[in-house]
Design a protein. Structure first.
Length: 89
């Protein structure tokens, strides 16, 4: 992994962690897409001792928890959309 990318990834993740409310405002499918990207990026830095492994592990756990919450919210959004569609017919 290119170590030059770490500062940018770290800044983006820090910004997201400081604004967790955005996860409940933005549609769940976008939240899931964003979190999936961050999880993929972090896994590239995992097991590389040049980077803070404890911090990466903490972030991965946080993002995986958030992804589960967003998935549950997406299911509720999908069900609500389905009810609205069927109620029109």
């Amino acid at each position: 992994m290119d170590a030059d990318l770490w500062p940018e990834v770290e800044d983006q993740i820090t910004t997201l962690l400081e604004e967790p409310d955005v996860l409940t405002v933005v549609p769940a499918k976008y939240v899931l897409k964003t979190l999936k990207g961050f999880i993929g990026d972090l896994k590239k830095f995992q097991d590389d001792e040049r980077f803070p492994q404890e911090q990466i592990s903490k972030w991965l756990n946080t993002f995986e928890d958030w992804a589960q919450e967003a998935m549950q919210r997406k299911c509720k959004e999908d069900v609500s959309c389905t009810f609205v569609l069927f109620s029109k017919y």
